[in-house]
Write a protein that binds this ligand. Sequence first.
Ligand code: F6R
Length: 654
Amino acid sequence: MCGIMGFSGNLKNESSVGVVLNGLKSLEYRGYDSSGIAYYDNDDRLIKYIKKAGKLINLSNEFSCALPLNSDVAIGHIRWATHGRPTDENAHPHIDCSGNIAIVHNGIIENYAALKNKLIKKGHRFITETDSEVIAHLIEDYINAGKSFYEAVRLTSACLLGAFAILALDGTSKSIAAVKFGPPLVLAQKGNNLYVASDISPLIEYTNDVIYLKNSEIAHFHEGKLDITTFKGKKVNKTITKIDWDASRAAKSGFSHFMQKEIFEQPARILDAFSSRVMLKEGIKDNVISLNKIKMKRAKKGFNENTKNNSFNDVFAGLDISLEGLKLTKNDIVNSPKIVFIACGSSYYASLAIKYMMETICGLPVIVEYGSEFRYENFPISQNDIFVGISQSGETADTNSALEVAKAKRAKILSITNVPGSQITGLSNKGVIYTHAGPEIGVASTKAFTTQLLCGLLLALYVGEKSGLMPRYQWLNSQNIFKNLVELPKKMEKILFMDETLKDIAKKYYKSGNFLYMGRGILYPIALEGALKLKEISYIHAEGYPAGEMKHGPIALVDENMPVLFLLSNNMLAPKTISNIEEIKARGGKVIAVADYEPEIDGLSDLIRIPETIEVLSPVLYTVPLQLFAYHIAALKGTDIDQPRNLAKSVTVE
Ligand code: F6R
């Protein structure tokens, strides 16, 4: 998605252009196809700009002799084309007719055609095919009508329909304005310097104290003074959010790609996600009576808790799950007819696995919906429903819009996200669970996905414990969960030590044109995620399927050129999955199995043996070899692993 960076201030040895160029480099991971910078040249007393199609290097080459040092204010942009081809001309910034206003924009202006026609009739000259250019001319038009720069920006913002994060630079006052309606904008003020960007990654180099603009807010920075108002002109006092990420986490640290580094970071990030949140507690048995009461109450409502089969008293030792900031009460849970997860992409697949965890642990019905579909469905929403939004960035437009629909119906909203202060956090009236994965720079999600799975499990345990619905099964007793959680990072490390083996397996398959990934139960979403990773970074067509569905269609694709990767766990479904494997082998297909035991199958092409854990934690472990496999295939193919073609890190428009 597009990325915006702006700077206004005075640095001894660096020009505003240097700061902005550097910031755009940190935003590269978002995905883009052109870039540009506009700055005020103090010597020539005018706005200058350069914009280029292609990678950022094309833009920085334009400044190759020297960066213009005498410049205190600059705005920059990386563009992910929506309206108009990715050419030099269509790249941002866009300039008004006078050359005195420059703007950069992330989002879509839905009413641009009508506005453009009006402005053309008034004599404005348009140069590009974009929807964004209209913003520069509209600001100019208000200035021509006698408005100040800030007023012109404010009135312009009120005219626009769609989604927009805008930075505007005024050559007359040498000030900048930032406008948010939809896509994110974050500000950081350090003394007389203001930094503003689409996300925190370019800012953490300078400070950890940031201000998130909310929708319909404008920030105006002039002569060292920052004013924030609403589109209606009402002054707003903002709070500062402290970000606990450090700049070094956003570096490759010796790995070839950010994605590779993020895969290898996972044991540490998983530990961060649970270590301070889970404790084993003793002497909880006293609560059993009241817990049973809740169960009886729920049984009257028609829930089948299957209590008879559980030796409830024996297994209940208790876990203390502290999810800071979560405001979900026992009443909220017991009275909720359903829990609905909303997400997109990998976060959607994480939700599917979490559905399985919640249903297993709490016995509550869970529905998982794509944000992009949900917002246009006639989904029945009750104010007692609990909605959980999952989003790494917290800025995915489809996920957030769907949650807004639920919120408008007074449903209870909570979220699992990686980014403090992101838009989803503002929607979450029942609190936020942070994944604590740190900055994820590789476009393909890795550590964010596994920490989402982990946080989903914590949520399931929290809900189960708080409501008395846990444990439903003997093997889910608290000590067992605790023991397996504690062992998880080490087991992940063991899989990471198999990196060379996975590279060797990748060498056999990187020329394949297609792949099938099969899993069952809680591992089915992991098959989907594994196939998505392969597609995204290696551009090999891959499909994830529930293994039980194989005979209902995909088996027609199987021949000697179709590798099929199976996720196999030593549980009651194993014999059925092994039958599926035999069916593939009988048709000449090559089978790779990822298994947590030594299955008795002849003629497997490859076996990736991983450590065993309890079922609700198994998705975390099974994900890791699939990430490494996709990574090595992509590396062998020489694709742009961290910024795969056409992809954006956070999809902030519909
Ligand atoms: C896949 C991937 C995407 C994101 C999706 C949602 O590797 O990264 O599919 O998962 O765009 O993004 P978030 O989680 O930021 O809402």
